[in-house]
Write a protein that binds this ligand. Structure first.
Ligand SMILES: C[S@@+](CC[C@H](N)C(=O)[O-])C[C@H]1O[C@@H](n2cnc3c(N)ncnc32)[C@H](O)[C@@H]1O
Length: 364
């Protein structure tokens, strides 16, 4: 902040720590590979046993997977489910994906998600698979883990693991989970984004609400709204909330969540921020009194910063997962805004990452 922003800064609030420093994530994605990563001791040995691995990518190696026996990031039964699928596949000769050539292998990846309210969603990605193999794996999961409330699979033979453009089949249970935050409910489908540390996300949103300090008569813009969580969190304290987001499907989720919670004063629009947040758009939807902005790691586009400077909301609450780009943007906003709060929140214990809340007030 000091080195890059070079703006006048208040004394920072201490980092808000996470109560849970292990088992705090609500989503993990494990990859199957028939070419596991070899440890230094193993290199050169003749009998290496099975070369299959189910675990995480080795940094910088798209084709090498480090097998995981116990992951300290997600609560159980995450570990039991992953190891169960691994052992079941080995015992039944179900093949693992060939990551390098991408032309063979049945099991591709395994996504395990959960909510604070203890719903569990498991999505299995298959690649080159028979119907019999799908049924075997899905029946195993269904009968062994009754706590799974949403069991899904996808067949993906594309060059990458993303499946937003593929059909997800709900094999058993509901097609989504429902997360609860205070009195709000959020529907989360297999393709939906949701903050991965939900308990700490709640604290982050509570701080955003505190710093937005709404009086009930403001128009609030929630830029980079994702599935609308912050906007919906603030809606009952504002006249109107306008959420903007690039990903069309996230916007659909935001609208579903508004309806699910009976929120009628929040509207959501999809598009690239610098193209959507225009003078015309603002003329139609009303000038914002308060802007909440939570951009991706790259920070805000300079056109977006300029549009904010042109419309001059009284207050900006800027949430960032990359304080370096945030500092760059604060330098640009310095012509009209003064920073009066800096409050980091630890969303990802055991990593160097930090989420940073900055409040900016329009200079008089
Ligand atoms: C850090 S996330 C915000 C998450 C959300 N505020 C929440 O708490 O769940 C950043 C969001 O910005 C969206 N995004 C990235 N680039 C964008 C752009 N150029 N225009 C609009 N939205 C964009 C991403 O799709 C993502 O949902």
């Amino acid at each position: 902040m000091t080195r890059i922003a070079k703006v006048k800064l208040p004394v920072f609030q201490p980092i808000l720590g996470s109560e849970e420093t292990y088992y705090y994530r609500n989503k993990l994605e494990f990859t199957f590979s028939c070419a596991r990563w070899l440890t230094e001791d193993e290199i050169g040995k003749e009998d290496l046993g099975s070369m299959n691995a189910l675990g995480f990518h080795v940094p910088g190696r798209f084709d090498k997977i480090l097998p995981v026996d116990h992951c300290y990031l997600q609560p159980d039964p995450s570990n039991t489910i992953r190891n169960g699928v691994r052992d079941f596949a080995e015992a039944n000769g179900i093949s693992y994906y060939e990551l390098k050539n991408q032309k063979e292998g049945a099991l591709r990846n395994l996504i395990i998600r959960n909510t604070v309210t203890n719903e569990w969603m498991v999505t299995v990605q298959f690649a080159y698979v028979t119907e019999e193999e799908i049924n075997l794996v899905m029946e195993y999961l269904k009968s062994t883990f009754p706590m799974i409330t949403s069991l899904n699979y996808v067949i993906n033979q594309k060059g990458n693991d993303t499946f937003h453009d593929l059909e997800v089949v709900c094999y058993h249970g509901k097609a989504f989970m429902v997360e609860t935050m205070e009195d709000l409910k959020f529907q989360i489908g297999p393709k939906s984004f949701f903050q991965t540390n939900a308990k700490q996300a709640l604290k982050l949103y509570q701080l955003v609400r505190e710093y937005a300090d709404l009086q009930g008569n403001e128009v609030v813009y929630d830029l980079y709204t994702g599935t609308g969580t912050i906007g919906l969190f603030l809606a009952k304290h504002a006249t109107k909330v306008v959420g903007l987001e690039y990903v069309e499907m996230a916007v659909e989720d935001a609208r579903i969540n508004a309806e699910l919670n009976g929120i009628k004063n929040a509207t959501f629009f999809a598009g690239d921020m610098k193209k959507v947040l225009t003078e015309e758009f603002i003329a139609i939807h009303g000038a914002p009194d308060v802007i909440i902005t939570d951009p991706p790691r790259a920070g805000m586009d300079v056109d977006v910063v300029n549009q904010i400077l042109a419309v001059q909301p009284k207050k900006i609450v800027y949430v960032s997962c990359n304080p370096a780009t945030q500092a760059r943007d604060l330098a640009l906003l310095d012509v009209a805004y003064e920073v009066d709060v800096v409050h980091p929140v630890d969303m990802f214990p055991q990593t160097h990452h930090v989420e940073n809340i900055v409040r900016l007030i329009l200079k008089s």
